[in-house]
Ligand binder design. Sequence first.
Ligand code: ADP
Length: 351
Amino acid sequence: MEEKIRELLSTIVHPETGKNLVESGFIEHTAAAGGKVTVVLRFTKSRDPFAVKIKNQAEELLRGAFPGDEVLVVVKEGGAAPRPEPKLHTTTGGIAHVIAVASGKGGVGKSTVTANLALTLRNMGYRVGVLDADIYGPSQPKMFGCEGYLPEAVREGDEDRILPAEAMDIRLMSIGFFIKPTDALLWRGAMAVSALKQMIHQTRWGTLDFLLADLPPGTGDVHLSIIGELKIDAAVIVSTPQQVAVADVVRGVEMFRNENVRIPVAGIIENMAWFTPAELPQNRYYIFGRGGARAYAEQSGVEFLGEIPIVQSIMEGSDEGRPAVETQPLVEACYRGIAERIVASVMKKER
Ligand code: ADP
């Protein structure tokens, strides 16, 4: 079976080098078992413009050859990525950096950004986990296509550990695995926070370079309890360009900068920054206004990490359980710059 996989992959040629994937030595790992075909491709360049295209080709080919099997092709770039020494953050093992993704209000795309950032960091060679702490609307299980996952508990020494879901090489734990979406709103803050505490401390994350925590929108007491529980290294704030959204960002930044909290803000991401219709690729329509988050970032000394346009495939990817970074090279390129800035910001603080 694995021989057949290699044979199939040898028909895919890298447009730049003219060599196929086997000749290029890009195949790091193949596995086929239990109705699952997994391939890890490792590109030599740190930013290979053909990576996502080749990944799509490989998936299509493998799906055709193994109908009915679940096919996953993971792309990693840039040789072996730097592996920071993990610090012991939670009781559950080695997580090098915990990054909170926050927003002043709901609906700005915080969860979408979290999922796509996670996949981008994975593409850069990092080991990534996602903790979906959005008690008001946990959406990571849907975005990663594992809504039905039932977390299993295992005994390790004297302690119970909860196993995270694994999708697209990302470890995922979500409050959504424990409560029905329709019940989420009925949960009292304190109840949800105590369930979250358990998730934070008992999940068997293993070794991770980055854990992205998708926080609930807003800046209330619940947030402070969650932030207190998670040892967060840096916060990223997502906003849309509307003035009201930007006003909420101010509260978000203040929450992290509060003297009792003191979490470094790695920067602001402006989501849904503009819309470009497919038939007019040169035109950008700033339907929610323009530049508000960037201007605020500059005024308040917070880094502006980048902007993401409104793209139909971003919305569709989240709905279909395959965030757009997995399939759309242009979206991945957009996230890549942002992810690089976040990594640089976190590493800088460490030195
Ligand atoms: P939040 O977590 O802030 O509540 P979501 O991530 O759930 O927001 O996003 C809200 C909606 O907007 C979702 O339907 C999502 O698919 C869509 N969305 C988010 N970002 C984009 C984008 N850049 N382009 C198109 N749709 C987007």
